[in-house]
Design a protein around this ligand. Structure first.
Ligand SMILES: NC(=O)c1ccc[n+]([C@@H]2O[C@H](COP(=O)([O-])OP(=O)(O)OC[C@H]3O[C@@H](n4cnc5c(N)ncnc54)[C@H](OP(=O)(O)O)[C@@H]3O)[C@@H](O)[C@H]2O)c1
Length: 303
């Protein structure tokens, strides 16, 4: 099952997985039926395999995720939590669950999705979360390393409900903090469920997706017309869609990617081989911090 499978990395991962013979079925978990149908038709055409099933789910809305799961009869072998990104046009808006839309679309619904599957015994092997190098900081993109005074439960809650950014919400900075919280939640789950593999994998800086579409006009211009096509390729900092999505496929199929680890590009780069990010940012392996992220997210949702 892949969330956000109608475009960008999610759709390309679906394409690559369908080309593996023993993939029996792929659930395209999307929020928009029209877009999902268009993606499904393209995927069938490109792969020659009619193995895709649409599930309608808005991952910013726990109720929508719970409804979608009611119709899931069989367990899934692998879950790819890819939906999200920059949080749409109003990332700082507070949802009915008391969190920012940025957090809700990247993490809250995924918490409901993954933990419901686990609770119901409907996940057989592996869960992968789409992380980001922003979670350990990308100075070249003005994304500082998340700085939390002890990564307490309150610290994480302040990221999720946006109060941490009250003095000025910068979408890119808040995004890095949310992805940090998600990697920590995954690591905490890895210790709770030793029979399942939990991998946070960043796709790396990837061209050919819609990710920058909703940034404010100046940032969008900077990324779309300067950073992605000119600066990043010159510095070898960006790769093709196929390469970014291949990281997802490797994460679920290659069992040498260890449970509880957040993998992303090496320090000071956004592409190339992936490494355990705790070798760059040691907070990532602090089990108390990880459990604080888990507890903080459960202040906003019950499974
Ligand atoms: N591209 C990069 O360089 C990069 C780098 C690091 C991490 N990532 C991560 O990779 C993931 C995929 O991003 P992408 O670059 O492929 O961007 P994308 O092309 O914009 O794809 C995002 C997908 O998520 C879906 N989505 C967003 N909010 C949703 C919601 N509330 N419910 C259900 N689906 C939702 C979108 O659906 P709609 O079409 O309906 O909007 C779309 O299918 C994201 O988690 C992003 O943070 C990307």
């Amino acid at each position: 099952m892949i969330t956000g499978a109608n475009s960008g990395l999610g759709k390309e991962a679906a394409r690559q997985l369908a080309l593996i013979n023993n993939t029996e079925k792929i659930y395209l978990a999307c929020r928009n039926m029209e877009k999902a149908k268009a993606a499904k038709a393209e995927l069938i055409e490109e792969t020659g395999r009619d193995i895709f099933e649409i599930i309608i789910m808005d991952v910013s809305d726990p109720g929508s995720v719970k409804n979608a799961l009611k119709n899931l009869e069989e367990p899934v072998d692998a879950l790819i939590m890819n939906a999200g990104g920059m949080g749409g046009k109003k990332p700082a808006e507070i949802t009915g669950d008391g969190v920012t839309l940025l957090f809700a679309s990247n993490m809250l619904g995924h918490v409901v999705l993954l933990e419901s599957l686990l609770k119901d015994g409907k996940l057989n092997n592996v869960a992968m979360y789409a992380g980001s190098e922003g979670a350990r900081g990308v100075p070249a993109m003005s994304m500082p390393r998340p700085e939390l005074n002890g990564s307490s439960e309150d610290d994480f809650a302040s990221i999720f409900d946006g109060t941490r950014f009250e003095e000025g919400f910068d979408q890119m900075i808040a995004y890095g903090y949310v992805k940090y919280g998600a990697a920590m939640w995954m690591a905490s789950l890895a210790r709770k469920y030793p029979k399942i593999r939990f991998v946070t994998m960043s796709p790396g800086f990837t061209k050919g997706t819609e990710a920058m579409g909703n940034l404010p006009p100046m940032k969008k211009f900077m990324f779309k017309y300067i950073m992605l096509p000119i600066v990043a390729p010159l510095r070898g900092m960006v790769h093709k869609l196929e390469v970014g999505a291949k990281r997802y496929v490797d994460a679920i199929n290659d069992t040498s990617y260890e449970s509880g680890v957040f993998y992303a590009s090496k320090e000071n780069t956004l592409t190339g081989p992936v490494v355990d990010q705790s070798t760059i940012f040691s907070d990532l392996k602090n089990e108390r911090f990880q459990d604080n992220a888990y507890k903080a997210v459960h202040r906003f949702v019950s499974i």
